[in-house]
Design a protein around this ligand. Structure first.
Ligand code: ADP
Ligand code: MG
Ligand code: MG
Length: 941
């Protein structure tokens, strides 16, 4: 006969059946497993038993308890009766129990629990005689009827709460404590009538019937709406099911020598190593959580009940050591005697997660590796964005300054003045030094300057993969998208939600973490990495893991044995400085074309483009050279000692030209008005723009193709790079320039251009009489280059995967069109699991990368390989880069700390020794250091 029911002391039996502790948790649920584990450790837990999740799943399949389950439950009840010294349903000495849900992963408050089962009219009388406390007993009875009605029969709370409030009002009572025995007794009569009215039957007097109904209700609560929604949001699988824990009731409401409470062994919001909790004297479990009375801080228990307090502190310290993690516990004290009712790893904020992990490693409770593994990349992410003060936010909701809610696209808090277009937002930010929030229905690539200049971005359309969302994340700008309740009137420069109107220039607060938008200014605090000592420590440990010489298995020539390094994408010296302070050890991508856009340079660039001859172009470029040299000089200085990859010009030239339509309009107006001054220039410009027109510019004259058509541009760039590098070297700065040629499709392109550029590099070094290391390499962003990597590597000394273009060209999607038109549908229809522009597609794009690295290193074993697309900051993509043998990933400076942690996670997950043996190493280290021997770990040895 299959075992469906386990007594709390049958943990070995459950372990034998389930195999691992993880499977025990799946079988008995987290709450159950905790109760079993505590019972084994000698912690006082009221006797009871657990009906397994397997029984739940059978029940959900068939609508019936599986054969044998109920008789096993009754048998377990008999044993429990013996242990408790009471009898279920016996008025002379009654046993009451609770019937509690609990699945493998905690889903706090999402499923049902029913307390005080086993009371009926006769048992009530018996208990009154026994306890001489009629008030207590009538209170229990009304609680049972109410809970039964609301959880077993799904009645609305109101049907009970309303008559109770009325009753209290009639008596002039404010709080429950004022209720007398007779009051509760009267309410029991009322509640029974309510029950009968809504259910059609009397409240069940058969205690086993109560137990059966309650058990079914707990099983069924697995499919309750709340539970289902919670599982969706947290990716808990639907097929786990819930266990039912039947636990002898202990009473915190038997007078002032009784009480109940909940506590965390460390502070769940700050991580401080100090018990944080609340308790109530003379109350039952759910009262604390429900907030019926104001609870006392746990420290006060020391005065109220010194003995129980000491015991509680000892037990919780023991539990923390046993689970090696912060515990969230429930307890009840019955007439001075302490009982533990639950223990689980507590939920916590990002800040607390980091502090607890680091503290516990420093206390020797866990290893540094475990500490690194306990913190998620998301935790790091949310710690680096400014955040709204929680109290202030709650207060704002209460005082009616809530405005709207959308998709939380990019985390962090932003406060600023509203502007409805990119130009105005940028102007106000730059010229008026305002904090601005750019608000648009949606954003386009030419809105980016307004976004970057703003503190935050708000859109009324689009989802988490919309342009606004992607750009905001890239630049670490808090962003809420798709707040569809907002109506934006771009003409009148206002936005409205119902009656509320926000005019241009007014203040709002945008919370990218929750997706909420408020009117006015909500105070924020902005965490800086330097101040977050624990996070710095943790990231240092992460780096140490990656720097180990044996963390990766050398699979072939050149395959790195260390973990990934983290570099950053930075175009300006100030970005480079930030990247370094965030821990980047190289620049993986410096985009040079941004430098052409600055106001004083753009006219020179346009002159250059307009020149018909090579000489004309060179003359214009000569004027640009000093600017570029200065840009590079600053970068090398900021990255002293580290490699800097500079990408030569990439975009098509038309991007540097004015807008064609606007120009045409100007020309027409001038012609109509017969204005001649400057007309000729404008007409020439217009003609040039038309000459440059391409039907598909992104696949047209750009990247290396442009360089081959007009080598003067890149020749100037290389000269600027090497002159700057030489100057820096002369100033004692260690430079490692790496010149990156974009958009190579065939090695012949490199064969054509690279030698010319190398000659310039050599010439500059000779002129300046200095020598330094340098490299020439290429981006791999065209599938053909990946496929022919063995040939490409003959010239390229490094590869950097431009995974944005590589994804576009491998799928044949244009990113902007895909994200706007069909990507969301594709995800909804399950055609694509994830947005391949955010999470690298391992099966396609990833395969190409894998192939390119292996082939490239056949030609050039010491080929340096990196990634510089947005994927370089995405944890899953980083893991792939680790697996295929990248040397580094490069990402936005803001994501560097996240990538450092993700790189360490990848290294630990795929280390050659394997997970298992690592666990062994950790276990040894821990046991030795703390000297704590819990029963479980002793047994396993
Ligand atoms: P949740 O998972 O929602 O916390 P629980 O099953 O833990 O639900 O129970 C709800 C409340 O009832 C908790 O405060 C718990 O401590 C209390 N409780 C549960 N069983 C008992 C019991 N046998 N005796 C006393 N209090 C109990
Ligand atoms: Mg609980
Ligand atoms: Mg590209």
């Amino acid at each position: 006969m299959k075992t469906w029911v386990y007594l709390f002391d049958e943990v070995s039996k459950a372990e034998k059946y389930a195999g691992s502790w993880d499977s025990v948790r799946a079988l008995l649920g987290g709450k159950g497993a905790g109760l079993f584990d505590m019972t084994r450790a000698g912690v006082p837990v009221p006797p009871g038993f657990t009906i397994t999740t397997e029984a739940c799943n059978k029940f959900r399949e068939t609508g019936k308890f599986p054969a044998g389950m109920w008789s096993q439950a009754i048998a377990a009840m008999k044993v429990t009766e013996k242990r408790a010294g009471k009898k279920f349903g016996d008025p002379r000495n009654p046993l009451l129990v609770s019937c509690r849900s609990g699945s493998k992963f905690s889903m706090p408050g999402m499923m049902n629990t029913i307390l005080n089962i086993g009371l009926n009219d006769k048992v009530v009388e018996g208990m009154i005689t026994l306890t001489k406390n009629p008030r207590f007993v009538w209170d229990l009875y009304r609680r049972l009827i109410e809970m039964f009605g609301t959880t077993v029969f799904n009645l609305d709370d109101e049907v009970f709460e309303h008559p109770m409030a009325e009753y209290k009002a009639k008596r002039g009572y404010k709080v429950d404590v004022e209720m007398t025995a007779d009051d509760w007794k009267a309410l029991v009569v009322t509640f029974k009538a309510v029950f009968k009215k809504h259910i059609g039957n009397d409240f069940p007097q058969d205690v086993y019937k109560q137990l059966e109904l309650a058990t079914k209700a707990v099983f069924e609560s697995w499919n309750g709406k709340r539970a289902v929604d919670y599982r969706r949001a947290t990716s808990i699988p639907d097929d786990l099911g819930t266990a039912v824990n039947i636990v002898t009731m202990v009473f915190g409401n038997m007078g002032d020598d009784s009480g109940t409470g909940v506590a965390f062994t460390r502070n769940p919001s700050t991580g401080e190593k100090k018990m944080m909790g609340e308790y109530l004297l003379n109350a039952q479990g759910e009262d604390v959580v429900a907030g019926i009375r104001n609870a006392d801080a746990i420290e006060h228990l020391k005065q109220d009940m010194p003995k129980a307090y000491k015991q509680f502190m000892d037990i919780t310290a023991k539990l923390e050591k046993h689970y090696k993690d912060m515990q969230d516990v429930e307890f009840t004290i019955e007439r001075g005697r302490l009982w533990m009712l639950q223990t689980r790893n507590g939920k916590r904020t990002a800040k607390s997660a980091v502090k607890i992990a680091v503290d516990m490693a420093q206390e020797g409770l866990i290893t540094k590796e475990q500490a690194v593994q306990r913190v998620t990349p998301d935790n790091v992410d949310s710690m680096l964005h400014p955040q709204f003060d929680l109290d202030a936010m709650e207060n704002a909701e209460k005082t009616g300054t809530f405005f709207s809610k959308g998709v939380n696209a990019s985390p962090g808090a932003a406060v600023g003045q509203v502007y409805f277009d990119a130009d105005t937002a940028e102007k106000m930010a730059r010229e008026e030094k305002q904090d601005t929030i750019m608000v648009r229905p949606f954003t386009k690539p030419d809105d980016v300057h307004g976004m970057i200049a703003s503190k935050g971005v708000l859109t009324s359309e689009g989802g988490a993969t919309s342009h606004a969302a992607v750009v905001a994340r890239q630049f670490g700008i808090p962003c809420v998208v798709g707040a569809s309740a907002i109506k934006i009137d771009l003409e009148d420069r206002v936005m409205t939600v119902g009656e509320i109107v926000v005019k241009e220039g007014e203040w709002i607060s945008v919370d990218g973490t929750t997706g909420k938008v408020f009117l006015g200014k909500i105070p924020t605090s902005s965490p800086s990495l330097e101040e977050q000592t624990e996070l710095l420590t943790l990231l240092k440990w992460a780096d140490d893991i990656c720097a180990r010489k044996d963390i990766r298995e050398a699979q072939a020539n050149g395959y790195p044995t260390r973990g990934l390094q983290v570099w950053a994408n930075a175009d300006y010296p100030k970005d480079a400085q930030r990247a370094r302070s965030y821990g980047a050890v190289g620049i993986g991508l410096c985009r040079t074309e941004h430098m052409f856009f600055e106001p004083e340079r753009l006219p020179i660039v346009q002159d250059m483009i307009l020149s018909e001859s090579s000489e004309g172009r060179t003359a214009a470029l000569d004027k640009l050279l000093p600017y570029q040299r200065k840009d590079f000089d600053g970068l090398f200085e900021a990255m002293d000692g580290y490699p800097v990859i500079i990408r030569l010009i990439d975009p098509p030239l038309h991007e540097f030209m004015p807008d064609e339509e606007k120009l045409l309009e100007e020309v027409i107006t001038m012609r109509v008005k017969h204005e001649s001054a400057g007309l000729q220039e404008k007409e020439d410009l217009l003609a040039a723009i038309r000459r440059l027109h391409e039907s598909n510019p992104m696949m047209g004259l750009r990247g290396v193709r442009l360089s081959i058509s007009m080598p003067e541009i890149v020749e100037m760039q290389v000269r600027a790079i090497f002159e700057a590098a030489a100057d820096c070297t002369n100033r004692g700065i260690k430079v490692k320039p790496e010149v990156m040629i974009p958009l190579t499709g065939t090695v012949k392109e490199l064969e054509w251009i690279q030698p010319r550029l190398i000659r310039i590099a050599a010439a500059v070094m000779q002129e300046k009489k200095v020598k330094f290391e340098y490299k020439f390499g290429t981006m791999i962003e065209i599938p053909r280059a990946a496929v022919t990597a063995a040939e490409v590597a003959a010239h390229a000394e490094f590869f950097s995967f431009g995974t944005n273009d590589l994804t576009q060209m491998t799928y044949g999607y244009s990113r902007d069109d895909a994200e706007r038109n069909f990507l969301i549908t594709y995800q909804e229809q399950g055609i694509l699991e994830k947005n391949p522009f955010q999470t690298l597609d391992r099966a396609g794009v990833g395969k190409l990368m894998d192939w390119a690295i292996a082939e490239g290193r056949k030609t050039r074993p010491n080929l340096e390989v990196g990634i510089c697309g947005e994927h370089g900051g995405d944890p899953s993509s980083i893991e792939w880069c680790h697996m295929i043998g990248n040397n580094y990933v490069s990402c936005s400076p803001f994501r560097v700390p996240i990538a450092r942690l993700a790189a360490a996670h990848s290294a630990l997950k795929h280390r050659p020794m394997g997970q298992k043996s690592m666990a062994k190493v950790n276990k040894k280290a821990t046991v030795k250091k703390t000297g704590v021997k819990t029963k479980r770990s002793t047994k396993k040895k």
